[in-house]
Design a protein. Structure first.
Length: 183
């Protein structure tokens, strides 16, 4: 008689546990996707700002076509990127091209004094901070998700429902290096 009560109770507990784990994985997956959406919004804002910045600099430094071409190519690469890893690589390439653009701007004092350029530069700086915060949030949610799908016993549920490891949105190796300072 006891077996007739214990067996259904054990099955019910296993089912409730599986549903709980599955729901947790879905919640973490949705948080990760929300984090990516936040990065995507900030990157889109930067993507839209770049042509204005290039046109402003172009008016003063028309003979610097190599720099403008690199920025344009990097921006096009961002538009083609599909995965998180590809997008991160393209965004890092765009960041490098923008650094070159600002280096060119340093050679033109009248450009550095242009209010439109200064406003665009300020907007870009603010966007970079927003991107950093969004990247931090996304990477935190990706970490939590990756831990959840890799730990036992949740890994049994995760594998069965096709949950795979999330990529991190990482900075380029060049951005991690300490800048050289010379006096």
């Amino acid at each position: 008689m006891l077996i007739w009560i214990a067996a259904p109770a054990a099955v019910t507990l296993v089912i409730l546990w599986a549903v709980s784990v599955y729901n947790r994985l879905i919640r973490l997956q949705n948080m990760r996707e929300e984090g990516w959406s936040g990065i995507d919004v900030q990157l889109k804002r930067r993507f839209d700002l770049v042509p204005n910045l290039v046109e402003t600099v172009k008016a003063y430094a028309a003979h610097e076509s190599d720099v403008f071409q690199k920025v344009t190519e990097a921006r096009a690469s961002v538009a083609r990127a599909q995965s998180v890893g590809d997008r991160a690589q393209s965004e890092n390439m765009l960041s490098g091209a923008l650094k070159s653009l600002f280096a060119v701007a340093e050679n033109y004092p009248e450009l550095k004094a242009n209010t439109n350029f200064l406003q665009l530069q300020e907007q870009l700086g603010s966007l970079e901070n927003d991107i950093q915060m969004s990247r931090r949030y996304y990477n935190g949610t990706a970490r939590d998700y990756n831990v959840a799908i890799a730990t036992f016993p949740a890994v049994l549920i995760a594998r069965h429902f096709g949950h795979v490891k999330a990529d991190y949105f990482e900075a380029d190796e060049g951005e991690r290096a300490a800048p050289e300072v010379a006096f």
